[in-house]
Write a protein that binds this ligand. Structure first.
Ligand code: C2E
Ligand code: CA
Ligand code: CA
Length: 656
C-alpha cells in the first residue's frame, strides 16, 4: 500500500510494498517517500493506470479497480489486483491510496476504507454531531481500552464520562463551532496516559478523531523538565520548584510559612572528612526531612547547606511545634560511609505569608535573616522573623562587604594585651586581639565580626592579613627593641582544619623571618570541634616547628579533656568564668584548684584569663598559678601605647 498526495508524491508506504519493490529490484521511485509516483507511471508507459489514479484524485471517480500482470525478472508472471481510493479530507480530496494484492491467493479480502483505517497506526474514531461513536478502529480500541461493541452507537461522554470538562471537551467544541481541525495533547487520567489528539470536523457532518498514545514521549519530556526542577544531589525540589510552589499557594490565596533551614557545621564536616561526607550528610538530611514532614509540607533544597520548607497554615496549629519536629532530625549523629559519625546542628528561620511580607522574595530573605538569629544560639534552634532583625541583617551585610574588600583599608587593626608573670612583675607575652573601626558601624567587637568572617568564608583571608600586620610589627620591635617575647594569635576551628591556611601560615613565618617559638596559637574550645586527623596533623606540624599551642577559654567548652588527650597542647588559659568566682563561690574555687592541679600534672603551662581583682591574684598565686592576663594589669591596648609603656619605658608591675 502507498499513499500519494494530490500531486502524486508518495507520502506513506507500508513495509509490504517496500519489501516487494526491493525484492524485485524495482527503482526507488516506486517506494521512497517523496518520490513522484505519477512520473514513475508515466516513464514506464503505464498511462492508463496514471489516468485512473488522476481521476480518483480529482474526484472524478470514487474508486478504481484494475487487474494487471507483473513479470518477474527471474521469469514467471504474477497477477495483481490494484485498488485506488481517494483520501477524503474535510473539503476536498487530499490524494489517494493505492493497494496492490496478488490475486492468485484464494482468500482475497475485499479491500475497503475500513481495512485502511484498520491498518493505521493511530487510533481513529468517527462520531456524529451528537458525539455518538459510529466507528472505532482496532488501535483505537486498544488505546482507549474498550471494546467496539461497548462504545459504538453510544455517546462519547457516556462511555468516557471523565472526558467531560477536559481539554478535549473544549477543543472539540471549538473545532465544531469554527469548523477547523484542532490538535492538542492531553493527559487522560482514567487511562493514566498522554494522548496526541486531532479533531477533524467532516464536511458531511460529524467528526473524525485521530489519537496516538504519547505517554513515553511525555515521560521523557517530563524527565527533562524534572531535571530543571529537582536538586540533583538530594532529589528534592530545587529553588525554582519551591518558588513555583510558593507562587501557586499565593495564587490560591493560601496562608503559609517559609522555614529556612541551614545546617550549622557542614563546612566542618567537609573540612574534617571530605566532600563525599558532606554530600552523604545532605542526602540523609533530605531523606529524614522528607520522612518527617510527609505531605504536611513541601521540602526543598536551595543550595549548599540550605533547605527550605513551605508549610500551609492550618487552623490552631503552632509553628513552634513543627520547628521542634524539624530539630529532631538533627538530634542523632549522621553516620558516614566509613562508620564515623558526625553531629550536625540546624538553624531555622521562619517567616509567614502574608503576615511578614506579601513579597515572596522578601519573605525568603526574612526567613534567612531569622535563621541568622537562630544561628547565634549554640546547637539546633529556630527563630521567628521580627522586623528589628532587618536592622541586624543590614549590619551583617555591611560587615560581610567590608570583609570581602580590604579590611585594613576600612579600619581593621589589632590591639595587644600583655601577659604578666605575677612573681617578677614582668610581661612574658602578649595576645593579639583584633579590632575593627568600621567606617559605617563604628567600633566592632571581634566577637561579632569574627563570627561573620567564619560564616562567610573570609576568616582565612582575614587571619592572613592579621598575621602579616602582626609579623611586620614583631620584626620592627625585634630590630628596634630586641623583642623576644611570645605573641599569641587566636585561630578558629575551621582554620585548624584547613591545610591550605596552615601552609600559608608557615610560609609567612619563613618569609618574615619570624622565630616560630615566639608564636603561639590559641584554639578555643567554644566550638564543638570533634577530633580531626587534619587538625592533628596541622598542630603536630606547628609543634615540630616550635610553635606553642594554647587552649583558650579552658573549662567552658565541651571537650577540654578530649583536646588535651588528642592534641599537642602545651598551654592552658583558664577562663575568666572561674577567675571571677574567686572569693565568691566555694564550689567554683574548688573546681579551679583542681583545674590548676590537673594542668600541672600533665605539664602544661597555665595562664589565668580576665584577672580583675588583686584578691584573684592572691588566690591564684597561693595555688601555684602565676601567669595572668586581665584588666587588673592592662586592657587590650593600641600597639603604639604598648610600645611606649613596655618597650620604651620597660614597665614592670610591682610585686610584694
Ligand atoms: P579571648 O581570646 O578569650 O580574648 C580575651 C577577651 O577577654 C578579649 O575580648 C579581652 O579584651 C577580654 N579581656 C581581657 N582581660 C579581661 C578582663 O580582665 N576582664 C574582662 N571582662 N575581659 C577581659 P575581645 O578583645 O573583645 O575579644 C573577644 C574574643 O574575640 C576573643 O576572646 C577571641 O575569642 C576573639 N578574637 C579576638 N581577636 C581575634 C582574632 O584575631 N582572631 C580570632 N579568631 N578570634 C579573635
Ligand atoms: Ca584568646
Ligand atoms: Ca579567652
Amino acid at each position: 500500500m502507498i499513499v500519494i498526495d494530490e500531486q502524486g508524491m508518495i507520502i506513506r508506504v507500508n513495509q509490504a510494498w517496500i519489501d516487494f519493490c526491493v525484492e524485485n529490484q524495482a527503482p526507488e521511485t516506486t517506494w521512497k517517500i517523496g518520490s513522484d509516483y505519477y512520473g514513475h507511471l508515466d516513464r514506464h508507459g503505464k498511462h492508463s493506470e496514471l489516468h485512473a489514479v488522476k481521476q480518483v484524485v480529482n474526484g472524478e471517480k470514487i474508486e478504481h479497480k484494475q487487474m494487471y500482470p507483473f513479470s518477474f525478472r527471474a521469469g514467471g508472471t504474477q497477477w495483481f489486483s490494484a485498488k485506488i481510493r481517494p483520501i477524503q479530507t474535510i473539503d476536498r480530496i487530499g490524494g489517494a491510496i493505492v493497494f496492490l494484492k496478488p490475486v492468485s491467493l484464494h482468500t482475497v479480502q475485499p479491500i475497503t476504507a475500513e481495512s485502511v483505517l484498520e491498518s493505521m497506526t493511530e487510533g481513529f474514531c468517527l462520531m456524529d454531531d451528537q458525539l455518538k461513536i459510529n466507528y472505532i478502529n482496532e488501535i483505537g480500541e486498544q488505546l482507549l481500552q474498550v471494546k467496539r461493541e461497548d462504545v459504538v452507537g453510544r455517546n462519547l461522554f457516556a462511555s468516557f464520562p471523565e472526558a467531560e470538562g477536559t481539554t478535549f471537551d473544549k477543543e472539540y467544541n471549538r473545532a465544531m463551532k469554527e469548523n477547523v481541525t484542532v490538535q492538542f495533547e492531553e493527559f487522560f487520567t482514567p487511562l493514566n496516559a498522554w494522548f496526541n489528539v486531532k479533531v477533524c470536523p467532516l464536511k458531511r457532518g460529524g467528526i473524525a478523531l485521530y489519537f496516538q498514545d504519547i505517554t513515553d514521549r511525555k515521560k521523557t519530556e517530563e524527565k527533562l523538565t524534572e531535571y530543571a526542577y529537582i536538586d540533583y544531589l538530594t532529589g528534592l525540589p530545587n529553588r525554582r520548584m519551591m518558588t513555583h510552589i510558593a507562587v501557586s499557594l499565593r495564587e490560591e490565596k493560601k496562608k503559609f510559612s517559609v522555614f529556612y533551614i541551614n545546617l550549622d557545621n557542614l563546612k566542618f564536616v567537609n573540612a574534617l572528612h571530605n566532600y563525599n561526607a558532606g554530600d552523604k550528610v545532605l542526602r540523609s538530611v533530605a531523606q529524614k526531612l522528607k520522612e518527617l514532614t510527609g505531605d504536611k509540607c513541601k521540602i526543598g533544597r536551595l543550595d549548599g547547606d540550605e533547605f527550605v520548607a513551605i508549610r500551609q497554615h492550618k487552623k490552631g496549629e503552632r509553628l513552634e511545634e513543627f520547628a521542634e519536629e524539624l530539630k529532631t532530625v538533627f538530634k542523632k549523629p549522621f553516620i558516614l560511609d566509613d562508620f564515623q559519625s558526625v553531629n550536625v546542628h540546624v538553624s531555622i528561620g521562619i517567616a509567614c505569608y502574608p503576615f511578614n511580607s506579601e513579597s515572596l522574595g522578601e519573605l525568603v530573605s526574612f526567613a534567612e535573616t531569622a535563621m541568622y538569629e537562630a544561628k547565634k544560639v549554640r546547637g539546633s534552634s529556630y527563630a521567628f522573623f521580627r522586623p528589628k532583625m532587618n536592622v541586624e541583617r543590614d549590619r551583617r551585610v555591611k560587615i560581610e562587604e567590608g570583609l570581602m574588600g580590604n579590611p585594613s583599608e576600612s579600619g581593621f587593626y589589632f590591639t595587644v594585651q600583655p601577659q604578666v608573670d605575677g612573681n617578677s612583675g614582668e610581661i612574658v607575652g602578649i595576645e593579639v586581639l583584633s579590632r575593627w573601626n568600621h567606617p559605617k558601624l563604628g567600633e566592632l567587637s571581634p566577637l561579632e565580626f569574627i563570627e561573620v568572617a567564619e560564616q562567610s568564608g573570609t576568616i582565612a583571608s582575614l587571619t592572613n592579613l592579621l598575621l602579616k600586620e602582626v609579623f611586620t610589627k614583631i620584626k620592627d620591635w625585634e630590630m628596634r627593641y630586641g623583642w623576644s617575647l611570645r605573641t599569641a594569635i587566636n585561630m578558629t576551628p575551621s582554620l585548624l582544619a584547613n591545610p591550605a591556611f596552615f601552609n600559608g601560615f608557615f610560609e609567612l613565618i619563613d618569609q618574615y623571618g619570624i622565630k616560630p617559638e615566639l608564636i603561639e596559637i590559641e584554639i578555643t574550645e567554644q566550638a564543638e570541634l570533634t577530633y580531626s586527623e587534619i587538625t592533628l596533623e596541622n598542630l603536630l606540624l606547628c609543634k615540630s616547628k616550635g610553635i606553642s599551642i594554647a587552649i583558650d577559654d579552658f573549662g567552658t567548652g565541651y571537650s577540654m579533656i578530649a583536646y588535651l588527650t588528642h592534641y599537642p597542647i602545651n598551654k592552658i588559659k583558664v577562663d575568666r568564668f572561674f577567675i571571677q568566682k574567686i572569693g565568691q563561690d566555694n564550689k567554683s574555687e574548688a573546681v579551679l584548684t583542681s583545674l590548676i592541679h590537673f594542668a600541672k600534672s600533665i605539664e602544661c603551662e597555665l595562664l589565668a584569663e580576665g584577672v580583675e581583682r588583686p584578691e584573684e591574684v592572691a588566690f591564684l598565686k597561693e595555688n601555684d598559678c602565676s601567669i595572668y592576663q586581665g584588666y587588673l594589669f592592662d586592657k587590650p591596648m593600641k600597639v603604639t601605647d604598648f610600645e611606649v609603656k613596655y618597650l620604651q619605658n620597660k614597665y614592670r608591675f610591682p610585686v610584694e
